[in-house]
Design a protein around this ligand. Structure first.
Ligand code: OAD
Length: 240
């Protein structure tokens, strides 16, 4: 008899935009994706912010408004349910939408930051967006605030990177969900789990450049695949 998800002790769930697609939030790549409609060079890098901070803030305001109209979907909820039963479960998400936390997940590492925070680079201080006077986007100290997001070309947040790496190096089960696996360093995380001997499961609508790293691949919408997996008596039922 093979193992079910409940038989694993240390679990890492690694998510990308595909987990939030069923909530109505566009993914980044592919037709209709955010980077299909907008040049990231104009909106998601420090150089763009230096050139035109207001334009960059307006773009992020628009994205926040989209997310504010959306709710966590069944996939986010199943992950939160899993955490309640498997206490050593860590969610490492590339998403900046906050939907895992809204669904009830507690142990969430936001690898690329959050749409819901702003940062003063001068004071090295983080502000909650809800506490800010909108449309000024300036800190009390007078400096421009910037979204607390890891943009293209930015360094990673060392503490988040350290915690994610530690959890992944210790995990015995790694589930990658809804990520194209093309943005580094996030894309290198599955291979850390593999090196550690973790059981590897990929959930995605389609094959990705990382698929070869996974022992089991569940092809279909994240919510359905997660539900099947969570209910399965043994994960060996998945298509390898
Ligand atoms: P992508 O848009 O690159 O990839 C989304 C993945 O989700 C694709 O592989 C799809 O096949 C899959 N997918 C879509 N809908 C799905 C569904 N319902 N169920 C399962 N899978 C589904 O998004 P990411 O890999 O997250 O950076 O992109 C990585 C980073 O690139 C993002 O974090 C973002 C972006 O630039 C920042 O925001 C800083």
């Amino acid at each position: 008899m093979g193992k079910s998800l409940r038989d694993f002790k240390k679990v890492v769930i690694f998510t990308g935009a595909g987990i939030s697609a069923e909530s109505g939030i566009p993914t980044y790549r592919g037709k209709g994706g955010t980077w299909d409609q907008y040049n990231w060079e104009d909106y998601a890098c420090q150089a763009a912010f230096y050139r035109d901070p207001e334009k960059v803030w307006e773009f992020h305001e628009m994205r926040r408004a989209t997310v504010a109209d959306c709710e966590p979907n069944e996939g986010h909820c199943i992950i939160a349910e899993m955490e309640a039963e498997l206490p050593e479960l860590t969610v490492v998400t590339q998403n900046i939408d906050g939907l895992h936390q809204m669904a009830g997940s507690k142990n969430v590492l936001e690898f690329h930051g959050s749409l819901w925070r702003a940062r003063c680079e001068k004071e090295n201080r983080i502000h909650d967006i809800s506490e800010l006077e909108m449309e000024s986007w300036k800190c009390d100290c007078g400096a421009w605030l910037r979204p607390d997001i890891v943009w293209f070309g930015d360094g990673m947040k060392e503490d988040v990177l350290g915690k994610a790496t530690k959890a992944i190096r210790q995990c015995d089960l790694f589930i990658g969900i809804g990520t194209s696996g093309v943005v580094y360093p996030a894309a290198s995380l599955p291979s850390l789990a593999l090196e550690n001997g973790a059981t590897m499961i990929e959930i995605n609508l389609e094959q990705t450049p990382a698929s070869a790293l996974y022992e089991y691949c569940a092809r279909g919408p994240a919510s359905q695949m997660l539900q099947d997996l969570w209910e399965a008596e043994e994960i060996l039922g998945l298509n390898p």
